[in-house]
Design a protein around this ligand. Structure first.
Ligand SMILES: [Zn+2]
Length: 435
């Protein structure tokens, strides 16, 4: 087997089935795929002609997967904090979003993509309005993504005058982005409380018709459950089951107000879930019962949610928050250990994106990986490299981000975006909010 580039580093976290960590390691890459991993001295003999990238005192690991976000909301980072979910949405977020343009959505997306690339995220699952702008940003900046045009029952929206226009938009994206090597579409109704049963059934049919995935916010708060019981006589997950939404291509975000019976319905439907700890804490939505979900064998990814409710797109920080949240919630320091949250952010993310070729560094997998420098004082000494990544890193240690074999970031330089220009452009967000 050929190898174009051989990356070497002090450590390599494979995230394979055995969760092997290799010391004095090498990663052999050919084109968009991983050829093999192993000890550097062995692979150097096997591939003497490969381009060499020696990262030295660093750890190579699978790229992180941000399994739920709204990247364009970087425009509203810090615009409204410290409010309840419904007030935050109704009073501050929705009025600003009503003034969005495709250009602004793309600018916000580019800024978040730069943040994700800079902090070691290689793939993400996004839902927003005017999502074609996000498709363009993800395509040009080289990230892997599942992207969906979000829809509610409130028409006209900034993206569609009525439901027919929404359907046309989804069909157009399906046509424009079919067979893309890194980008896939999802049909993503916003949530049970912003849609009708008819709209949700239509979305499910549209996903089948266009060969798209299906995603939705679900069971985010107790209030949502109460509303769903009042309107439909069912808890949110059972309501989705009744509508035929629990299918193997579906991913549900948040899953906070979840009981064992809900988790078992998700398992029966072979659906994936996404945990969003920082957003759930910041909006005081509650604590997702991740043990209940994982014990029921619901594949669980980790996501930041949008930059307006987090306020970062930094998956290293999200892993740290996730682990600490469950420890203090249960008053049990053995809950959500480092290895578990790292698995959620890698292999779990792969399942949430329905992309089996990412999530671990093994032969035949996509060459989506990152490296963190271990030079900074917060990263030494290294007793346990997984612990170091989850509990000690900040995101600033990321020195290399590779997607599909292509280097998107290395040692301070973005290769797929003019970051200094983007930094100037993002100031437009201030003018937009004051318009
Ligand atoms: Zn969300």
């Amino acid at each position: 087997m050929e190898c174009d580039t051989l990356y070497t580093a002090d450590y390599l976290i494979t995230q394979n089935d055995a969760r092997d960590v290799i010391q004095d390691a090498a990663l052999a890459v050919a084109g968009d795929s991983i050829v093999c991993t192993g000890h550097a001295d062995v692979l150097e003999v096997l591939y003497p002609d490969a381009r060499r990238v020696d990262l030295g005192r660093a750890v190579l690991m699978p790229g992180l997967v941000n399994a739920h976000t709204h990247v364009s909301m970087s425009l509203l980072r810090g615009y409204s904090d410290d409010k309840a979910l419904q007030d935050w949405l109704q009073q501050d977020i929705f009025p600003q979003e009503a003034k969005l343009t495709p250009e602004l959505v793309e600018l916000g997306a580019r800024f978040s993509l730069a943040e994700m690339i800079r902090t070691g995220t290689t793939a993400f699952y996004d839902m927003y309005m005017l999502e074609d702008s996000v498709f363009r940003a993800a395509d040009e900046m080289g990230m892997r993504a599942v992207l969906g045009e979000s829809v509610t029952n409130f028409f006209p929206s900034i993206a569609a005058a009525n439901v027919e226009e929404y359907c046309d938009r989804v069909r157009r994206y399906a046509e424009e982005w079919k067979d893309h090597p890194r980008i896939r579409q999802a049909v993503v109704p916003h949530a049970p409380y912003t849609t009708t049963p008819e709209l949700l059934r239509l979305c499910r049919e549209l996903a089948d018709e266009t060969g798209s995935l299906f995603g939705m916010h679900l069971a985010e708060t107790r209030h949502e459950t109460e509303q769903c019981l009042k309107d439909h006589g069912l808890r949110p997950v059972a309501y989705c089951e009744k509508l035929g939404l629990l299918q193997p291509d579906a991913t549900f975000f948040h899953l906070v107000d979840i009981r064992e019976e809900d988790a078992l319905l998700l398992t029966d439907g072979r659906c994936a879930g996404v945990h969003n700890p920082a957003s759930n804490m910041k909006l005081a939505s509650g604590v997702s019962p991740v043990d209940t979900l994982l014990n029921a064998r619901v594949p669980l990814g980790l996501g930041t949610d949008g930059p307006a409710s987090n306020n970062a797109q930094n998956m290293l920080r999200e892993m740290y928050v996730a682990s600490l949240l469950h420890k203090v919630h249960h008053l049990d320091p053995t809950k959500s250990p480092a290895q578990q949250v790292l698995t959620m952010a890698t292999r779990g993310g792969a399942e949430a994106l329905h992309e089996p070729r990412i999530g671990s560094l093994e032969p035949g997998m996509k060459a989506d990986f990152i490296a963190l420098s271990l030079d900074a004082p917060n990263m030494q000494p290294v007793h346990n490299i997984v612990s170091q990544v989850v509990f000690s890193s900040t995101g600033a240690e990321v020195c290399l981000t590779v997607v599909d074999g292509r280097e998107l970031y290395r040692d301070g330089i973005f290769t797929t975006c003019d970051y200094p220009a983007l930094l100037e452009e993002i100031q437009q967000a201030l003018a937009w909010t004051r318009r």
